[in-house]
Design a protein around this ligand. Structure first.
Ligand code: F2R
Ligand code: MG
Ligand code: MG
Length: 360
């Protein structure tokens, strides 16, 4: 399990560091990416170091808050997010989340959920910022699904209180947790997807009043608008095809956007599709293939690659993380120390009164 904890945290870091130079591009040619990754893998090449972004900065606060307090405490986590943000605000944070950190700082985090609730005229943010940092929650609570769901929800509410932001964090948490539990070489992609669909269906049933307004949403495709379970059905359909559909189809039906709804299912698809060779991607290592494919889709490349990398690394473990690529990433030693702390703390995790409601 320690190898899987380390694999997950390193997979997330690698996706963030290697994906961030492409964030916002429409899509990235597979041939170009083959060359890019082969240069990174060349031990003779001395290339510029790739810094991590907000995805890893926030993951750090989640990991250290959970491990130092041996469980979830919203106020402590909010203070860490805020301190980290004001120490290094230029890590590429989302544009609206700045106001949450201002509100938290001005109120000394008295109510750690209040500033996020006020976002977007009281709707809250549905960005993927709570999902991109949630892997430590899955690791810390790998033994307890209900608690993992609760903590994933509560940590989301500190910055992303919109139901789609919270549910996206829950889905990403469930995917990392499920990957930790699959036997080595034992992944059944249909069962993996079906289990996630079934859990998300139950969660969505409880939250039947989900707000449907999503900027740039797929208003012409009402069957696939605001349900994670339905997006996962699309993932399943894509996986039945002999090779991935064209990028335009993935963009249209899953998305590569900063919203959680249009990025978390995509990351899960990247993990699952990379279990087999992908035409155009020259790579035998499944974790690298996963990250390379995620980046090739364009859009929110750092975040989709980080989320896909966290799931893939949780399944494959540390041994499968390509070392020649890791040497280009910032803070590898720090990330390993967070993984080790999570592993130690996961056996002594305590219940918190704040995270026992099991509702999103
Ligand atoms: N911010 C970025 N990338 C922009 C470019 C950075 C650049 N490299 C640089 O700094 O030079 N990436 C990071 O942001 C994403 C995570 O964002 P998060 O934390 O969810 O932010 P936010 O602001 O809460 O939400 C993102 C945007 O989504 C829209 N939105 C959210 N909720 C909405 C609502 N209820 N109604 C309407 N719009 C809503 C807004 O446009 C938000 O700004 C990751 O990609 C991370 O890497
Ligand atoms: Mg980022
Ligand atoms: Mg991003």
């Amino acid at each position: 399990m320690l190898s899987r904890f380390r694999g997950s945290m390193l997979g997330s870091l690698m996706g963030d560091c290697l994906g961030s130079p492409f964030e916002g591009e429409a899509s990235i040619g597979k041939v170009f990416l083959n060359n890019y990754f082969s240069q990174l893998g060349d031990p003779k090449k001395r290339l510029p170091f790739k810094p991590y972004t907000d995805d890893t900065a926030m993951t750090k606060s989640v990991a250290l808050s959970l491990t130092e307090l041996k469980g979830f405490n919203g106020q402590d986590m909010a203070k860490r997010f805020t301190k980290e943000y004001f120490a290094e605000p230029k890590r590429g944070y989302g544009s609206a989340v700045h106001d949450v950190f201002m509100g938290l700082r001005n109120s000394n985090c008295e109510d750690p959920y209040r500033p996020a609730q006020r976002q977007f005229q009281g709707m809250g943010s549905y960005g993927n910022g709570a999902a991109m940092r949630v892997a430590p929650v899955a690791l810390m609570n790998y033994n307890d699904e209900a608690r993992a769901i609760d903590v994933a929800t509560m940590q989301s509410k500190i910055t992303h209180s919109h139901k789609l932001g919270c549910q996206g964090a829950v889905l990403q948490c469930l995917a990392v947790r499920a990957a930790l539990h699959v036997q080595p070489n034992g992944l059944n992609i249909v069962k993996f997807t079906d289990d996630l669909i079934s859990t998300m269906r139950n969660i969505e049933k409880k939250d039947a009043d989900v707000v449907v307004e999503v900027e740039g949403g797929d208003s012409d495709a009402p069957w696939n608008t605001t349900s994670y379970a339905r997006r996962l059905e699309t993932v399943k359909k894509f996986l039945e095809q002999p090779e991935p559909p064209p990028n335009e189809e993935i963009h249209g039906l899953l998305g590569v956007h900063v919203s959680a709804l249009r990025s978390v299912p995509t990351a899960i698809y990247c993990f699952l599709v990379s279990q087999n060779p992908i035409p155009g991607i020259e790579c035998d290592n499944k974790l690298q293939r996963c990250i390379q494919f995620a980046i090739s889709l364009g859009g929110d490349t750092d975040t989709i690659a980080a989320m896909a990398g966290a799931i893939s690394g949780a399944y494959l473990g540390e041994d499968q993380v390509p070392k020649e690529l890791l040497r280009h990433c910032e803070a590898v030693k720090d990330v390993l120390s967070w993984a080790d702390k999570l592993h130690d703390a996961s056996s002594t995790v305590q219940f918190s009164n704040e995270a026992t409601s099991n509702s999103v």
